[in-house]
Design a protein around this ligand. Sequence first.
Ligand code: SAH
Length: 383
Amino acid sequence: MRASDSGSYGRAEGEGPAVGGRIDLKSLDREGVRRFVVDECGGTEGQGLRVYKAIWQDGVRSIDEIRSVARGVRERLAQRARVSFLEPELVLRSADGTVKFIWKLEDGHRIESVLIPDGQRVTLCMSSQVGCAMACTFCLTGDLGLLRHLEMSEIANQPLQVGRQLPQGMRITNLVLMGMGEPLHNLEQLVPALRVCLDDCALNFSHRRVTVSTVGLVPKMAELAAALPVNLAVSLNATTNAHRREIMPVTRKYSLQMLLDACRQFPLPSGKRITFEYVMFAGENDAIEDADRLLGLLAGIPAKVNLIPYNENPDRESLRRPSDAVVKDFQTHLVQAGTSCSIRTTRGLDISAACGQLGKARELAGDQMWLADARRVAGFGSG
Ligand code: SAH
């Protein structure tokens, strides 16, 4: 399967995966769709925009359903183009309301998205790659290695398709790129996908409610900021360069100091802050001295800290989750020093949907679940 090979973020006509010679309209940005409809199908500019809206706002499943353009244009479009979808293989619902979607891609690979309802806030945690190349020692997705990057269509189809399956009155309010993969390693496809998420003629999310989380691919951070105004989260997880090198190999390339310098230089709109995720491991990085070092590292950066008590995995016996009291004390220490700090509630543990567990569900869910009707398992209507 082709990885990112387009030099530009705005995909142009003729690019993107073609099946049977037909181009996936979801591999084109707004301008690309417009040009395709005008240049290749003899349509008008207005029809181009209507096609784009039909794809991303009405969620049409085939060209034939695009009734808002004249038949001749539609027929020419159907000969030359197609509309891709992710195939839902399994949907698992946790006792706490978290829902994990496992999608089968056209080449047979699987990715996951996790829906996390929390009162008025409904967050979708999205994947950006099949597997991940970053090899953080504590993360199960890292065990897969990088199988491939996702296409822009495969990224943007996640919020589109989950959004259309929600019960009436419920909608996704927030998007976080915290699923499988390192989003900044796939910036080529991430940027056009996020443009679709933010575009008011497409999925229309506010940039204030979209967060990209990274291990700290330093040069890509500035590139992201230059392309889009979304929120940045950085997975810090250690307070010394030595410890971070041990658990996050990316630190060998970009040291803790280089990462924090990049954060200091990150062009933040006023009022915005960088979120620092900090996975807490018992006896490794959960002492008050670590909290003090963390405060030192973050000095001068508009920051908020999100503590993530480590989700234990059978494959990582030496790593343990600290007690709630230890996590709370760490938080109190930061807050008393004037740094805002929240604790991430663990969600979806029973369906392996929690942080660091994506990619392992196939083994855990058991064969029978795989045969079940995905939507029935989720308890959602057809969508
Ligand atoms: N690659 C990006 C996006 C994934 S976000 C990044 O690392 O930021 C996934 C988050 O879950 C990261 O903050 C990661 O540090 C954290 N994580 C990974 N494994 C975990 C585990 N077992 N328990 C708790 N958090 C974990």
